[in-house]
Design a protein around this ligand. Structure first.
Ligand code: FES
Length: 106
């Protein structure tokens, strides 16, 4: 279980408990948090679950796979801390994680 804070582009903040084994994307969708569309359902095939990982958490969220890197090419406003949230697995080590959502997923 990890407490994850999702910050919408507007600044609206949602902090929820997300079970280990879910992805950061699933944590948002299950809690009805707006800003992550996840059109492909977590298959790393849509790039509509784009988030910006808080700089302090970049080392804990791990590295992007080659597939994630290439899907991020389809996202808008990609930054060095951009990730596809369906590719970040929740564990106790991510307790306190903070991610920001982009203005749009399309
Ligand atoms: S949900 Fe489609 S790439 Fe993450």
């Amino acid at each position: 279980m990890a407490k994850i804070t999702y910050v919408e582009h507007s600044g609206a903040t949602h902090t929820v408990d997300v079970k280990t084994g879910l992805s950061v994307m699933e944590g948002a969708v299950k809690n009805n948090i707006p800003g992550i569309d996840a059109d492909c359902g977590g298959a790393c095939a849509c790039a509509t679950c784009h988030v910006y990982v808080d700089e302090a958490w970049l080392s804990k969220t791990g590295a992007k796979s080659a597939m994630e890197e290439s899907m991020l090419d389809f996202a808008e406003n990609v930054e060095p801390n951009s990730r596809l949230s369906c590719q970040i697995n929740v564990s106790d080590a991510l307790d306190g994680l903070k991610v920001r959502m982009p203005e749009s997923q399309h």
